[in-house]
Design a protein around this ligand. Structure first.
Ligand code: 5GP
Length: 274
């Protein structure tokens, strides 16, 4: 595929101009960052796995009537998405205490919360994504009260669906982060849809039996086997049963594509992780 104009480069993804107006290409990098990019690494194959897991989840959410930006996967590392005006918020849904909630409130990691809790963070790397309230969000015009109601309703529906989906394959959905964007239908009406990605980079996923971490905390906390854990999540979801041992950065040709497909011709030529 001919490279198009780069629109934005983030820590784990790049957005390119899409083939038609109102579309973008979302490219998943292997780069991993944590603690506001103070910790960095390249985890070979991460982008390929996250592209597939996010495709899988967004497709199912779409089928559930939860509108999102995903259109279709293009190749190993890229998906075609709808262009949205990103709302500068990270919306975190928590079912079990962990991470910053445990640190901030002293609630032991692993304690099941009395009910799901939604938090908002202002997306700003320089400020370290500070937590904000609805007061800040409406006062600074990041979103309206109606937008917040829509976001809360969608976030709870996503949580219900994903908790069930992961629960069915022996994974506890501890918490996750969502991002939303606006699509303008006419000059004065915008629809809010789910954007960004949903993957082990943006969720805490624990094995339901052992509480073993199968997500980005393996990288944040130097637990090792990061890619193996992400692959395990994909395997349990029934996607990506096999992974090429060497996934070359940026390789988007037919050969690479077939190698990633369980049924592809090249699948028999690649070693299995499991
Ligand atoms: P915490 O606030 O405990 O650090 O994170 C809560 C949840 O949101 C975790 O599942 C974490 O992975 C996700 N999350 C929070 N901030 C970010 C972020 O900037 N990027 C990504 N990928 N996930 C985040």
């Amino acid at each position: 595929m001919t490279r198009r104009k780069k629109i934005y480069e983030g820590k784990a993804k790049i957005l390119y101009e899409g083939p038609e107006p109102g579309t973008l290409i979302q490219y998943f990098k292997d780069d991993a960052t944590a603690f506001n990019a103070q910790k960095k690494a390249v985890l070979e194959g991460k982008g390929v796995i996250n592209n597939r897991i996010s495709e899988f989840i967004m497709t199912r959410l779409n089928a559930m009537g939860i509108a999102n930006h995903f259109i279709r996967r293009l190749n190993l590392r890229e998906q075609l998405i709808k262009e949205v005006e990103i709302i500068p918020l990270e919306v975190v849904v928590r079912n079990v205490a962990a991470g910053s909630m445990s640190t901030r409130l002293g609630i032991p990691e692993g304690q099941v919360l009395p009910r799901s809790i939604i938090e908002f963070y202002y997306k700003d790397d320089k400020l370290g994504d500070p937590m904000v309230t609805e007061e800040h969000i409406t006062a600074f015009n990041w979103a309206t009260t109606q937008d917040i109601d829509d976001i809360l309703a969608m976030a709870l529906r996503v949580n219900d669906y994903l908790s069930g989906m992961f629960g069915a394959v022996g994974i506890t959905l501890v918490d996750f982060k969502l991002e939303f964007g606006r699509i303008w239908e006419n000059d004065d009406f915008a629809r809010i849809i789910l954007a960004d990605e949903i993957s082990p980079d943006s969720c805490r996923l624990w094995d339901a039996q052992t509480n073993e971490k199968l997500d980005k905390d393996r990288f944040r906390r130097d637990l090792g086997n990061v890619i193996e854990s992400y692959t395990e999540v994909a395997r349990r979801l029934g996607i990506m049963k096999e992974m090429p041992t060497v996934i070359q950065g940026g390789q988007t040709g037919d050969k690479a594509e077939k190698a990633a497909e369980p049924d592809g011709e090249a699948a028999s030529n690649v070693s299995k992780l499991h």
